[in-house]
Design a protein. Sequence first.
Length: 177
Amino acid sequence: VSDSYFDKTSGARMVYLQQAYKNIPVYNQLLSLAFKNETLVSKAGNFISSLEKKVNTKDAVASLAPAIALQNALADRKLIPTKTPSNIVHDAARGFYEFGDMGISRQNITVQIIWVPVEDGRKVQLAWQVYVIPNNSSDYWMIRVDANNGSILGMDNYTVYCNWEDPANLLPAKKEN
């Protein structure tokens, strides 16, 4: 259970479940449940079935150090640190590391171990998830780095950009006959 609360407006107890394997969360695998009077009334999301058969490393141990994953993620985003990383927080039980802002981020850069579904969930790879908010842009990057070979598995930018200066973006799309 990653979160639970009672919503007074709907009268429902909301419960959120995060899929995990060997106590490591699986990226973007969530279930949202709504209960009224102890009865399930709504379910959204899903989990990967037979997860233990799809993971790329049964022991859930990364061969790549979190600091190397951090370097790979920064290089991929063309971010050049002006300070050396200093491991401020190390929570081995959660696979969580905090490295300071390295002179390039508005917040301390974090690295956490996760599982990442690939090939539409047919395989699941162990990865380091790097979170960085560059000083020189509005971006909020979440970069997933393979925990064995250091390749970039994917990334998300939590910043949405709009082009309001172009009037074509403000008009509804033309329907074609």
